[in-house]
Design a protein around this ligand. Structure first.
Ligand code: NDP
Length: 446
């Protein structure tokens, strides 16, 4: 078995040189899915995973724009259209200086499995740019978004490819992107998700990824007869996903001890309550300040510059910042300090060695493609509402989100139960694979 997996990885690696993040994501899937393929005749010999590891289309383009000093700036834009077997391409746009082909291909590949898990008809894609919105004025961000969309618009559409937000792309950026798309096409359609509620957005979409991570975490705990009530929770990041993961933890009786950004983390021994979280949202979303500013208002809290929060004792860890932010040493520290459950809010935040440590120590571990699927699931609900020209209430969308996270958890149990242990990585990978593979087989070699 190991030999077949190794051969497959060598073949994918040979055609994707210098793409470490993409290879990391493909390897994790191959290790769990290839043994399943080998045991199931309908998939064996069809090169189905090799086809899934090759994007259907990759678009790369120049984004030129003029900054506030009238200087011409040049960035690179991308859209990876990974797989459309079960629906139109769907996945976010990331604006961050670290964006390159490897990062976007790993995200697009993960997205295919994640979207399949949601039970909704969405294929997988991802895109973005190496543009850094940090420190840019609103006008600069708008000019960049307009230039980016002036090329992207010809590749997307409500039945073709529907982008959304991700790191560096929040409601402000979605607004500018949508405005330019509408102007170029002279059409008001649901071509992007994460829109404002008054212009086609869905209630609960901003909250969905963070809430979904906590619903999934709750499902894992409940399956072991435990709950979130009274548990200490350590969260990384302080962006969209982290903020609403924190909000839902607080609502369910958890004590949130940390938040972070790329400059360090804050630790509040009294817990971050609703009022303190509202201050974080004001700092991050309105003032666009650093998380370190938290301690100016709450001096009992500590700011640890340049550090991640994983050495803080806790019961539950929710990595919600970025890929590979939690390594083997961090995992060992979490286990040593009493962590029993990890729910990934970010995409691939744990390194393979960290995941191995959690597995060895019997820590409940949810991979992002399962636990953070709530965001794209509610994006799918936003698309449905746009098609219906109707909008559902907050309670209705939240209920659907809860049900979808519960269904994803059940799928993981179906394919990942090993005795009295649940291997959520295996469960999510195989459940995501089966639906896409069946559709690809039905549609022939295309
Ligand atoms: P935001 O841009 O809103 O926030 C990102 C947060 O992560 C910020 O606090 C940022 O800090 C921090 N961060 C980014 N890069 C690094 C880094 N290299 N080291 C440390 N911290 C870093 O993004 P989101 O909250 O939307 O996304 C967070 C993660 O969740 C990503 O992995 C994304 O792919 C994933 N995700 C998001 C979904 C969504 O609906 N938004 C859906 C599913 C997954 P700083 O401000 O200093 O950069």
């Amino acid at each position: 078995m190991n030999k077949i997996v190794k051969q497959f990885i060598a073949e994918v690696n040979a055609r994707n040189q210098n793409e470490p993040e993409f290879m990391q994501a493909v390897t994790e899937v191959a290790e769990t899915v290839i043994p399943y393929i080998v045991q199931h005749d309908i998939y064996y010999g069809q090169n189905i995973l090799l086809r899934m590891a090759e994007p259907e289309r990759v678009v790369s383009f120049r984004v030129a724009w003029i900054d506030d000093q009238s200087e011409i700036q040049v960035n690179r834009g991308y859209r990876i259209e990974m797989n459309s077997a079960i629906g139109p391409y769907k996945g976010g746009l990331r604006f961050h200086p670290s964006v390159n082909l490897s990062v976007l291909k790993f995200l697009a590949f993960e997205q295919v499995f994640k979207n399949s898990l949601t039970t909704l008809p969405m294929g997988g894609g991802k895109g973005g740019s190496d543009f850094n919105p940090k420190g840019k004025s609103d006008n600069e961000v708008m000019r960049f978004c307009q230039s980016f969309m002036t090329e992207l618009f010809r590749h997307i559409g409500p039945n073709r490819d529907i982008p959304a937000g991700d790191i560096g792309v929040g409601s402000r950026e979605i607004g500018y992107l949508f405005g330019q798309y509408k102007r170029l096409k002279n059409e008001f359609t649901g071509v992007l998700t994460g829109k404002g509620v008054s212009w086609g957005g869905s209630l609960i979409r901003p909250e969905a990824t963070g809430y979904g991570v906590v619903y999934f975490t709750q499902n894992m705990l409940q399956n072991k007869g435990a709950s979130l009530e009274g548990k200490n929770v350590v969260i990384s990041g302080s962006g969209n996903v982290a903020q609403f993961a924190a909000e839902k933890c607080i609502q369910l009786g958890g004590k949130v001890l940390t938040l972070s950004d790329s400059s360090g983390f804050i630790y509040d021994p009294d817990g971050i309550n609703t009022e303190k979280l509202a201050h974080v949202m004001e700092l991050k979303n309105v003032k666009r300040a650093r998380i370190s500013a938290y301690v100016d208002k709450y001096p009992k809290a500590e700011f640890h510059a340049g550090k991640t929060p994983w050495h803080t004792p806790c019961h539950i860890a929710l990595p919600c910042a970025t890929q590979n932010e939690l390594n083997e040493k961090d995992a060992a520290a979490l286990v040593k300090n009493g962590c029993i459950c990890v729910g990934e809010g970010a995409n691939m935040p744990s390194t393979p060695e960290a995941i191995h440590t959690f597995a060895k120590q019997g820590v409940l571990f949810a991979p992002g493609k399962a636990s953070n699927a709530g965001g794209v699931a509610v994006s799918g609900l936003e698309m449905a509402q746009n098609s219906l020209r109707y909008s559902w209430s907050r309670a209705e969308v939240d209920e659907r989100l809860k049900n979808i996270m519960g269904d994803i958890h059940k799928s993981c149990l179906t394919y990942g139960t090993e005795g009295d242990h649940v291997n959520y990585v295996k469960g999510a990978n195989i459940a995501g694979f089966v639906k896409v593979a069946d559709a690809m087989l039905a549609q022939g070699v295309v």
